[in-house]
Design a binder for this molecule. Structure first.
Ligand code: HEM
Length: 150
């Protein structure tokens, strides 16, 4: 038997490349880039909230109200919210795609992931940008809040 009588090995299947943007590649890149940004955002958040000043003992309504009064911390928190939720949802999408073999259940779960992430992003963004400490003002509120809102 000579080499030319041996059946050619099966040629590898050509990679399927659909037209349009490569969303899987974008998702892969997003996980890495958002991961790097999240290291700075999350550890910055933990450092400022837990280590600076009175640390964890200083966290109360006034602390949160003070942070949300500053556009810098509003954008810090919103960026963390958006990046982490999209990162988490996309990561869970990968896991669902890997483990859920039933096509219909897979589609429902992936839709549920994006819907819940979208809902939380809208809700969280509204909370950060519309936060008003005076809306919670009652007769029992602490004196400083009554003074600020007077
Ligand atoms: C310190 C910040 C973070 C870094 C550096 C980071 C980095 C990464 C990277 C590089 C991947 C891709 C792994 C792969 O494709 O094999 C990944 C996957 C994932 N991340 Fe993060 N991440 C961070 C924070 C988060 C947060 C806050 C969440 C949740 C909201 C999260 C949830 C996930 C999930 C669910 C996956 C998919 C895991 C898998 O494919 O097995 N990560 N992360």
């Amino acid at each position: 038997m000579t080499a030319d009588t041996i059946a050619a090995p099966r040629s590898p299947r050509a990679a399927v490349r659909r037209k349009g943007p490569n969303l899987e590649k974008a998702g892969w890149l997003y996980m890495r880039i958002s991961g790097l940004a999240l290291i700075i955002l999350i550890f910055g958040h933990l450092f400022v909230n837990l280590m600076v000043g009175d640390g964890i003992h200083g966290i109360d309504f006034a602390f949160v109200a003070g942070k949300f009064a500053s556009p810098f911390w509003q954008w810090w928190d919103v960026l963390m919210l958006w990046l982490a939720l999209i990162h988490g949802a996309n990561g869970m999408r990968t896991i669902v795609n890997d483990y859920v073999t039933h096509a219909k259940i897979r589609r429902v779960l992936v839709w549920a992931l994006w819907l819940s992430a979208g809902f939380l992003i809208v809700l969280g963004t509204l909370v950060v940008f519309t936060f008003d400490p005076c809306l919670g003002l009652t007769e029992d509120s602490v004196a400083w809040l009554q003074e600020v809102c007077a």
